[in-house]
Design a binder for this molecule. Structure first.
Ligand SMILES: Cc1cc2nc3c(=O)[nH]c(=O)nc-3n(C[C@H](O)[C@H](O)[C@H](O)COP(=O)(O)OP(=O)(O)OC[C@H]3O[C@@H](n4cnc5c(N)ncnc54)[C@H](O)[C@@H]3O)c2cc1C
Length: 487
């Protein structure tokens, strides 16, 4: 079949899945609350056709056009191809959608590309299953979510100990039909409106905890899969008034696996710790973060432009304090693009012919969450009350109200009131609305916490032989100056 259109995606959601919103079991495909989100995702599928030169490529198996996010990267040309596609996909939502389907497609393509890691498995059947699954997802253009974080609640003990032991997804039985699993995983962005859920390794698991070391994929409508939506932040308002909230609430949900039987051909890892602990560790930075970093860059580019327009429209663009803030945001963009370029130029074979970016791309994870939060703060600082003095488009059309608004709410530099309102409504939806706040939380945590990322950065630096300059300096300091200058 190959790449889908939006209407095909929407049809696929009407499949009897168990999705809860509050105390109501809903059919999310036709629930009015979620119509904007569903349409927003449907439009993404149409968008990939509108930009097929960047987003699609001929499937190596069928020849049909499929998403570039399914490329198993094996060369510098593949890195370039993916760069163009990820940049283009991100532009669909100005980077505001974190979990467009290209995200998990890329994760899966990375896992499959590291054929060397799958050689650790007790049987080649596991690799056959996951590579077959990747082809299936690509050829049917499915929208995947992932749910990988343990349902830990008590952080004073191990993630899988004590009270935590019972909560997290685990194997309870093995039957002829498949692996029976029970437990929760924390959060599946897009979960309620995805086609399938891919469960794969996150933090490493120690010996003795094999029942948690599992990876598999199931359709969201599999019996026993229960998706519990968070409050919905999408709004039923025109796009012009709420450009992001009207279509880009990528609804998160908690996924509870209430005794789910996973068919054997969908079980990719079953208790094999070496495999479990290496598949994602050996792909997450160099592979996945090409997509996430490019999305971040597109979002920062948009934020910088938004802020520049806000400053111009309020006549603040010559004030030193405002210019300083604009420069700050632009520096985040330049740094992001520089890290991407650096890591792409130093891409290499990570094993098994998987050609990924240099691991340095991972450094963005240790700092980007703070930049994203800071950008929102700057939007509010420059935006002040203008973010709220923002009548709707319909208000401007009202014969009584419109002229008053035009008269009293214009922008500086002869910008009309409508344009000013639209701009500041966009800024508020970006940084201040309920959805804007949720997206800020997403930026803080979607790649794991910044605390863990920084710890890992230090561990990697030590492993890679960082250090020695201080000892060298001290050694030189003990040598008489005369001998250093060659007297
Ligand atoms: C909007 C949103 C969407 C999400 N979507 C998904 C999804 O689709 N799929 C999925 O699997 N998960 C998803 N997640 C979950 C996400 O992956 C987790 O929230 C994330 O891994 C953080 O988990 P945690 O709170 O257990 O982090 P922890 O690492 O325990 O961190 C908790 C806090 O402690 C701090 N901390 C931790 N270690 C240190 C340290 N050594 N030093 C200093 N501070 C430290 C962190 O910085 C953080 O503030 C989502 C989360 C959010 C908020």
């Amino acid at each position: 079949m190959g790449a889908r259109r939006g209407h095909q995606y929407v049809q696929g959601l009407n499949d009897g899945r168990e999705v809860w919103y509050g105390d109501e079991r809903i059919n999310i495909a036709d629930h009015p609350h979620f119509a904007g989100s569903v349409q927003g995702m449907a439009d993404y599928f149409d968008y990939q056709w509108e930009h097929s030169e960047d987003c699609l490529f001929p499937s190596p198996s069928s020849g049909d056009p499929i998403s570039v996010s399914h490329v198993r990267p094996g060369s510098a040309e593949d890195i370039e191809l993916r760069h163009r596609a990820f940049d283009r996909f991100a532009r669909y939502s100005c980077g505001m959608l974190g979990r467009t389907p290209d995200y998990v497609n890329v994760v899966l393509a990375g896992h499959v590309s590291r054929t060397d890691l799958w050689e650790q498995a007790s049987s080649p059947v596991f690799y056959e299953r996951i590579s077959g699954y990747q082809k299936y997802v690509a050829e049917n253009d499915l929208a995947l979510t992932h749910t990988i974080v343990h349902a830990t609640i008590d952080k004073s003990i191990g993630e899988l100990d004590g009270a935590n032991a019972d909560l997290t997804l685990q194997v309870t039985d093995r039957t002829e039909e498949g692996l029976v699993v029970r437990g929760a995983k924390m959060l599946a962005t897009l979960g309620p409106i995805a086609d399938e859920i891919y469960v794969y390794p996150a933090t490493p698991i120690k010996p003795g905890y094999e029942k948690y070391a599992i990876s598999f994929a199931v359709p969201v409508n599999t019996p026993g899969v229960v998706v519990v939506c968070r409050d919905h932040y999408g709004v039923d308002q025109p796009v012009v008034d709420r450009p992001f909230s009207s279509r880009f609430d990528e609804q998160d949900g908690v996924v509870i696996f209430d005794n789910v039987t996973v068919p054997w051909d969908r079980v990719f890892i079953d208790g094999e710790l070496d495999l479990y602990n290496s598949v994602n560790q050996g792909t997450a930075t160099g592979n996945t973060q090409q997509q996430t970093a490019l999305r971040a860059a597109v979002k920062l580019e948009f934020a910088y432009d938004l802020l520049s327009e806000m400053a111009r429209i309020t006549g603040q663009d010559t004030r030193p304090d405002v210019i300083t803030l604009l420069g700050e945001v632009h520096s985040y963009l330049v740094m992001t693009r520089s890290v991407i370029d650096h890591a792409e130029q130093r891409a290499h074979d990570w094993g098994g012919g998987a050609y990924f970016l240099h691991d340095d791309i991972g450094v963005l994870r240790t700092i980007m969450p703070e930049w994203m939060v800071r950008v929102n703060e700057i939007i509010k600082t420059i935006g002040s009350h203008y973010l709220l003095a923002t009548p709707t488009a319909a208000a401007f059309d009202d014969p009584r109200l419109g002229p008053l608004l035009e008269r009293y709410l214009p922008g500086a530099r002869e910008v009309d009131a409508r344009e000013r309102a639209m701009l500041f409504r966009t800024a508020w939806d970006f940084a201040g609305s309920a959805l804007g706040s949720r997206i800020e939380l997403y930026e803080r945590f979607y790649l794991g916490s910044i605390g863990r990322a920084r710890m890992l950065e230090h561990v990697k630096a030590q492993r890679n032989g960082a250090g020695g300059t201080v000892k060298e300096f001290l050694r030189q300091s003990t040598v008489p100056v005369a001998s250093l200058v060659g007297d």
